[in-house]
Structure formats: C-alpha cells, structure tokens
Design a protein around this ligand. Structure first.
Ligand SMILES: [Ca+2]
Ligand SMILES: [Ca+2]
Length: 413
C-alpha cells in the first residue's frame, strides 16, 4: 500500500478525495524501509538452537465492513448553468461532469484493519516460524448478540478473552466464533449497500426502529448511529454510505434535502460476495426540507422513492430507478389494457393511444393531462360503485396505475 502525504505547498484538506497530492519521496522511502524490516522479521532465536524462543499469536477480526479501496469513476449531474459558466442564464440546467470517489468495503476486516494486514505474518499458523494465527468472527457474533464489536472493542468479545487465557494456561478447546482456518469465515445472507450524493442526509430504520445514520450532538460533534448489528455509516467527500444485512426484514430509508440541486442515489445488494441487484436514481431535484422515503424488504420489492418536495408531509411524486424508467413504454401500458376483461377497456385503450400520440409529437403537457384523466377513470372503474361486469379488479388497476405513474415521471422535470 502506498501512503500519500501532502506536499508543504498543498492546501487540500484531509477530506478532499479529489485533488491529487504529490507523495513526499522521503516518506515513501521511509515506508518502504519499514515494511521491508517488518516483512523479514521473525521471532528471535536467542539461544541459537534453531527454534524461536517465544511464540507470536496473530488475532484478526473479521466480518465488520472495512474500507479496502476507493475507486474513481467519471459521472455527470445536472447543475444550475451559472455554476458552470457565470454568463449563462440562471435557473437553467446544465450537465456537469465530476469525479465520483466510491469507497469499497470488505467483510475481510475488523472495521479498521483489513485481513491481509492483520495476518501479515502468514494466513495460517506456522510452527516453524513460531507464529499462530486466529480469526474472530465478529459478524456472526454481532448478529447473534445484536451489537457491533469493531477494531477498538474487539477485546470486549468474551470468546476472544478465553482464547488469550487459553494461550497463557496452554489449555486447548474449541471456542465459538474463534477459528484458526479462515475458510470458516462466511456470510451468505443478502447485504444491502446504499450510496447517496449530496445535498441530502440519509438515515435508515429497521422494522424495530433501530437507526443507522448521522446524529449531531448537543456540543456540535457528530456521532454515527449503527444500531443494526453489522451495519455501517460512513461519509467520504460528497458521498454518504450505508450498509446493513437484509435478513428478510423490512427497512425504511429517509432522505432529507439540505440544499437545492439534484441528488443521485444508488442501492446495491450482495449475496455470497456477489452483486445480485443494483438500482440507481439519478438527477432527482431536491430543495432544503425535501423529504423522500423508500421502504423495502427484499429484492422483489418495487423500489418506489416517494418524494415530498416541500416537506409538508404529503407525498408529491414517486420516482422509480433509472433502469425501470427506460423499460416502461406506452406499448407496455396498451398490452396490459388489452388483457382486461371489462368491456370498458376500449375507452382506456383509446386514451392511452392518444396520450402515446401526444408523447411522440413532443406534446408532453397534453400527454401528462391525458394520463392524469386516464388514472382517474381507471380508479373509478375499479371502485365498488362500478357494476361488477364493467369493473376492473383492484389488482389490475394497481399494476396499470404503477405503469402510468412511471410514464408520467418523465413529464415532471
Ligand atoms: Ca531457540
Ligand atoms: Ca408535499
């Protein structure tokens, strides 16, 4: 690993992940020399009998999300044109390219130290070198006791203290959560990672109202709530990052606007160390006090972000992930309508076709008004007041209305 240090002339702050810094060559050399010494170190053989005179025990914590790297990708966002070019018309939107530093988290760590560093003297116990290696499964420990034991708190794990006692008393027995073979370290349940880019605050609540998010303390300091076992909350540059095990539980994500602009929001679900689902919401307009909520339980859920633009408690619009927006077309709507059994579907198909025609001609306002009228008609048709032979089932109406709201979404900008 290469450590970077600012040159004396650099003014970049430690939170600035964008400005490249010039590494100081003397520090790099110092690091190289130190690492070479550490790599070649082995427990000394004082009496010269060829065997080391004391034993080294390495203990590594595993299962706590640990920052392992930062990857940089070019992204674009919509901003007020005046921030790109001061001479342009205010309150028009321009596309700005920016560098997005995405932190990568790994379960192979204790929240601070990644596994390869913790077991740098060898991944397995090595009698010849006098090195013994043990792994503490802080993930499953945390899950069963519903608490978080990170790097600094690792000695709070009772089982680990038993291991240390056994080392001193030379007593051997199997201890729960403690392994000498790293292949025992596994998690197979779905894990969710969220990333959001300013100007938005994010907090997540579990069904039991356990919170993950930032809290500002009375003295102005900050505290990160991680009340869900094996969850994390981190901030890097402009981004805020949250992770938690899904475990079939339902979660609510609350977003609160802190300035006006647009934000992007990404969800990623992993299972067995593989990404099984990704959803992205880009360029969502936001203002101070705008609130957005997303409720979900598992992969099958519809990822509808409900937005209360003015923060008055009434949802003003719904936003679907980018992938779903592009998938929904007027033809999908018409196909669904054709499947209905109600003879009144003819009038719905006519309206849908007319709205499609307006859409193709770029008359988005007319298309939007017509879809609004369509939605009202459909709601009436699905109500109990409509005679049964003409009625559209509540279930059909719900799925058609969700297509309509996805189609209308693009007219709201
Ligand atoms: Ca010796
Ligand atoms: Ca509202």
């Amino acid at each position: 690993m290469l450590a970077c240090f600012a040159t004396a002339s650099s003014t970049a702050s430690k939170n600035d992940l964008i400005t490249p810094l010039q590494p100081r060559s003397d520090y790099v050399e110092y690091g190289d020399t130190l690492h070479e010494r550490l790599d070649n170190w082995s427990p000394p053989d004082i009496d010269g009998d060829g065997a080391p005179d004391f034993k080294v025990v390495q203990i590594a914590g595993w299962g706590i999300n640990t920052l392992s790297s930062i990857s940089y990708t070019e992204k674009s966002r919509e901003v007020d044109c005046t921030s790109v070019d001061p001479n342009s018309t205010p309150q028009t939107l321009c596309t700005e390219k920016y560098l997005d530093p995405q932190p990568r988290f790994t379960f192979d760590g204790d929240g601070t130290v990644v596994l390869p560093s913790a077991v740098a003297m060898g991944e397995e116990s090595n009698d010849e070198k006098g090195v013994e290696t043990w792994y503490v499964d802080a993930f499953n420990y945390g899950e069963s006791l519903n608490l978080v034991r990170e790097h600094a708190e690792i000695l709070e794990i009772d089982e680990l203290r038993v291991l240390i006692k056994n080392q001193i008393t030379k007593f051997n027995n199997n201890i729960e959560y403690i392994y000498s073979d790293p292949s025992n370290l596994i998690y197979t349940k779905p894990y969710m990672r969220l990333a959001i880019h300013s100007p938005v605050d994010i907090e997540v609540f579990s069904k039991n109202v356990d919170r993950i998010g930032k809290r500002v303390l009375l003295d102005g300091g900050e505290w990160y709530d991680k009340e869900v076992a094996n969850s994390y909350y981190e901030e890097f540059g402009e981004g805020k990052y949250v992770g938690f095990p899904v475990n079939g539980e339902s979660y609510t994500v609350n977003l609160t606007g802190t300035a006006s602009g647009t934000f992007s929001f990404e969800l990623m679900q992993e299972e067995n160390h593989k990404v099984t689902m990704e959803k992205t919401y880009t360029n969502i307009p936001v203002g101070v006090g705008t609130r957005a909520t997303l409720a979900f339980g598992d992969i099958q859920d519809v990822f509808k972000l409900q937005i209360d633009i003015d923060g008055d408690g009434v949802v003003d619009r719904s936003v679907y992930p980018d992938e779903e927006k592009t998938l929904v077309t007027y033809n999908n709507l018409i196909d669904e309508l054709r499947k209905l059994t109600s003879p009144l579907k003819i009038s719905l198909i006519l309206k849908a076709n007319l709205a499609k025609h307006f859409d193709e001609k770029g008359k988005t306002k007319q298309a939007d008004l017509l879809l609004n009228n369509f939605a009202k008609t459909l709601t009436t048709l699905s109500s109990n007041k409509t005679p049964k032979k003409w009625r559209v089932s509540e279930e059909d109406a719900k799925s058609i209305l969700s297509i309509v709201s996805k189609l209308r979404e693009k007219y709201e900008y």
